[in-house]
Write a protein that binds this ligand. Structure first.
Ligand code: URA
Length: 245
């Protein structure tokens, strides 16, 4: 059995003794990831969304947020059975963290790593419309009509893409801002209008950007950046009570 007992995590978050927390669970007042919890449930406080009476419980004591400029050739998964370098091999953290969302192995650019499961959940949820901006090097030079199609939405095998902001920076170089996060979305969008992607770099995630961060470099987010990011996913009120001004 993996994880921590739910009543222990709740007691640490200030909901009373473990016995009192067992009582809350028996009264069906606690949910884990939207499902009513049962006595005996275990949780990973880094990734589970735990609510008591519908309000988020702050079960993670110490949240950390890193911004990595992921280099080409590094995988985003937490561990790789093929032994390739992962983003977690690069970012040294005092606590266990995980990447928020996924960049393809050959995609470069900004990636957030954290132990804040709520942020990760909200940022990657399909209903999240946080902007992600990419610099996209493609084969050939997209025509105005190809760019218009990318803007309006193109049909992929999992449906039409939502409207995107697309501009031509120079010959064969596009700047694309999308508000969805489907698998290999930018590559598939460009391929759908006849232009294979040869290089893809994420340059912005919502309010986060940093042109000075070299490939392979990382840093912790400032408190102001965390605030702006939480605000972008609608978690500000909570934040105000848990972080210094
Ligand atoms: N779109 C892609 O095609 N790949 C990524 O890694 C990110 C967005």
């Amino acid at each position: 059995m993996e994880g921590e007992r739910l009543q222990k995590a709740l007691a640490r978050a200030g909901y009373g003794s473990r016995r009192a927390c067992e009582q809350l669970i028996s009264e069906r007042r606690v949910t884990i990831d939207g499902r009513v919890a049962e006595l005996g449930n275990r949780v990973d406080v880094a990734t589970s969304i735990i609510c008591v009476d519908g309000a988020l419980a702050s079960t993670t004591q110490h949240t950390v947020y890193f911004l990595l400029n992921k280099p080409d050739g590094v995988v985003t998964t937490a561990s790789d059975p093929q032994g390739r370098t992962t983003v977690l091999d690069i970012v040294e953290s005092p606590v266990r963290i995980f990447p928020v969302g996924r960049l393809d192995m050959s995609t470069e650019g900004l990636l957030v790593l954290t132990n804040d499961g709520r942020l990760a959940h909200l940022l990657t949820h399909p209903s999240s419309h946080v902007a992600k901006e990419y610099l996209v090097r493609v084969e050939g030079d997209p025509s105005p009509s190809a760019i218009r199609r990318l803007r309006d939405g193109v049909e992929l095998d999992d449906g039409f893409t939502s409207p995107a902001q697309v501009s031509r920076v120079s010959e064969g170089l596009l700047r694309i801002v999308i508000h969805e996060g489907r698998n290999r979305q930018v590559r598939r969008m460009c391929a759908a209008v006849g232009h294979e992607v040869t290089r893809l770099v994420r340059t912005r995630i919502g309010p986060l950007h940093d042109a000075t961060l070299a490939p392979g470099a990382y840093r912790q987010l400032s408190i102001a950046e965390v605030r702006r990011l939480l605000e972008a996913v609608g978690l500000t009120d909570e934040m105000a009570s848990t972080m210094p001004a």
